[in-house]
Design a protein around this ligand. Structure first.
Ligand SMILES: C[S@@+](CC[C@H](N)C(=O)[O-])C[C@H]1O[C@@H](n2cnc3c(N)ncnc32)[C@H](O)[C@@H]1O
Length: 237
């Protein structure tokens, strides 16, 4: 019996998890499993709670960037308390990480456009600070805080990027983020735009569609919790 139990442990675990999922947690919660036969350790620890797909996708593209020896720094526009930024910082321990945020919530200039277009996005993102964000970064020495209104805060930044996360919830900074970063993206580099798929953030979706249609770019929506869309720059560009 111990031998049979031992041999079938994974199967038993899977059945037990299915039972817990189905009858205790319900259908809306799903256990995830990591990629089988990855044949390498993950670059960063990936929690199995929260947005596993988003962090796991970040880890995968960081690995690809490393494999292709792509140069360039990394950035996030829309940092708030730094929850995703800390994963970027961990996945790219040898790159500068630019952190763009007002650290005072949405700006009236962007909100006027939201209201005019009936995007109706709201949210209070005032409860944060650059110091608090730096405190949770695994490599704070690599972080460059750009506090203020984006894209004004890009002044004086002269870099190429291999990975950028745009997570502002709004039309205007998403569009200007794409206009600013895409030409500065290394061929083979990636831009993740959060909140592309959920209908609640129509401005983000409109900004991505407008930009990708204007420059005839393709994109790939991923099935993470926030409905991220990924834009990858062609190696021929
Ligand atoms: C949804 S939060 C970001 C969440 C964050 N990425 C995380 O992992 O938790 C959106 C952030 O975008 C910032 N933001 C929106 N528009 C901005 C702009 N034009 N310039 C700078 N920051 C902006 C807000 O201040 C807010 O902190």
């Amino acid at each position: 019996l111990p031998l049979i139990l031992n041999r079938n442990m994974n199967l038993f675990k899977k059945i037990a998890l299915k039972i817990v999922q189905k009858f205790i947690l319900g259908d809306s919660i799903n256990f995830v499993s990591d990629i089988h036969e990855l044949n390498r350790s993950r670059l960063i620890p990936i929690p199995y709670y929260g947005d596993f797909v988003r962090i796991s996708s970040l880890e995968l593209v960081a690995y690809e960037i490393q494999q292709y020896h792509l140069i360039g720094e990394v950035a996030e526009v829309g940092v708030f308390k730094g929850l995703f930024a800390k994963e970027i910082n961990a996945a790219f321990p040898d790159r500068k990480l630019y952190l763009f945020d007002t650290f005072e919530g949405f700006d009236q200039r962007d909100m006027k456009i939201e209201i005019k277009n009936n995007y109706n996005v709201s949210g209070d993102f005032t409860n944060t600070s650059p110091e608090g964000v730096l405190e949770i970064m695994p490599h704070p020495e690599n972080c460059i805080i750009k506090k203020g209104y984006f894209p004004e805060t890009t002044e004086g930044v002269d870099e190429k990027f291999c990975f950028v996360s745009l997570d502002t919830d709004l039309y205007q900074p998403t569009y200007s983020g794409l206009e600013y970063f895409y030409p500065r993206l290394i061929p083979g580099g990636y831009i993740f735009v959060h909140d592309f798929t959920p209908t609640r953030y129509k401005g983000v979706r409109d900004a991505v569609l407008e930009f990708t249609h204007k420059y005839s770019l393709s994109y790939f929506p991923i099935c993470d919790v926030g409905g991220t869309v990924v834009i990858c720059k062609n190696f021929s560009e």
